[in-house]
Design a protein around this ligand. Structure first.
Ligand SMILES: Nc1ncnc2c1ncn2[C@@H]1O[C@H](COP(=O)(O)OP(=O)(O)OP(=O)(O)O)[C@@H](O)[C@H]1O
Length: 295
């Protein structure tokens, strides 16, 4: 079921078209990723979705509500790239100020969020004294206090180490499971987009492709089957795919489909000593669609 629908969304800054007539939808409970390089238009899109930027054209609807309606804002939580919390206040005070903006706050849910994000031990610490990972956990917890349906995360992982990233995702995935939280994230991190249910690949303000990550990879990338053999001449003779001979014992074969790989290995079994199979990566996909790597 679609939670948010955006149609023909467009934003210009003077003559620069930052977001160019894009359409997308976010289904309830899904993790959606907007993947794109610097300047692709990801933050501008989020800005319009959270109501801080006015689109030049297009329409946004969250269950029939638009971003200029108060009820829209009760249903969303936002974590911006740069924190908006008060450096000189404690974590607790920052959370209280936010909570007071809402008429109804479920205090048992707030307690749960504080516990889940592991910030119960730093509640009295000033925000500015926290580490990068602690700050990010507090930012996300603050955005969730009113139990929104949809959480926007604009580059939530930039600058965080892998352990902190994993810990944050563990908690977010738990909330998705227990409360059906829907998440839209923008990211440069290919691994992060890889975990999404649905990905929009954005470049120069346009959606270059969208879909299920695995299906996109299958459609736009080729996998690589590396074979090692002592009978290379015979082996080459039997391969009808594009290949590259690495040395006299090793060959790399381009394969479109897993079942082709299985059939090829089965038919060449007596000639193969060893093999390795690698699927196309998100980076291959990105290069294919935009002509450049993501990083
Ligand atoms: N306030 C603004 N005034 C003028 N141009 C802007 C403004 N905000 C964004 N832009 C331009 O719009 C384009 C899209 O920028 P945006 O910040 O949305 O990209 P992004 O995909 O979020 O990039 P990043 O990953 O670096 O955050 C860029 O060319 C940027 O320079």
């Amino acid at each position: 079921m679609s939670l948010l629908v955006a149609k023909n969304l467009t934003k210009k800054f003077k003559n620069k078209v930052a977001v160019n007539h894009i359409d997308f939808q976010i289904n309830a409970g899904e993790l959606i990723a907007f993947l794109g390089p610097n300047g692709a238009g990801k933050s501008t899109t989020i800005g319009m979705l959270v109501g801080i930027l006015k689109p030049d054209d297009g329409k946004i609807s969250l269950h029939g509500l638009s971003p200029n309606q108060k009820n829209y804002h009760h249903q969303i939580g936002i974590v911006f790239q740069n924190s908006v919390l008060d450096d000189n206040l404690s974590v607790q005070d920052n959370l209280n100020i936010r909570a007071h903006l809402y008429q109804k706050i479920d205090s048992s849910f707030v307690k749960k969020i504080i516990k889940l994000f592991g910030i119960d031990l730093i509640l009295n610490q000033k925000y500015k004294t926290l580490s990068g990972g602690q700050k990010r956990r507090v930012d996300i917890a603050r955005a969730l206090l009113h139990q929104p349906k949809l959480l926007f995360l604009d580059e939530p992982s930039s600058g965080l180490d892998i352990q902190t990233r994993n810990k944050i995702w563990e908690t977010l995935n738990r909330l998705r499971k227990e409360y059906g939280l829907t998440i839209l994230l923008t990211t440069h991190y290919l691994e992060e987009a890889e975990n999404a249910d649905y990905v929009y690949i954005i470049d120069r303000g346009e959606i270059k492709a969208s879909g299920d990550v695995q299906k996109l990879k299958l459609k736009y990338t080729t996998s690589l089957l590396t074979l090692w053999s002592d009978q290379m001449d015979q082996l080459k003779h039997q391969i009808h795919y594009k290949y590259q001979a690495i040395d006299q014992h090793q060959i790399k074969v381009n394969i479109d489909d897993d079942s082709d790989a299985i059939n090829l290995i089965a038919s060449l079994k007596p000639l193969i000593k060893h093999f390795e199979y690698q699927h196309g990566t998100m980076n291959d996909l990105f290069v294919k669609l935009t002509g450049k790597g993501i990083r």
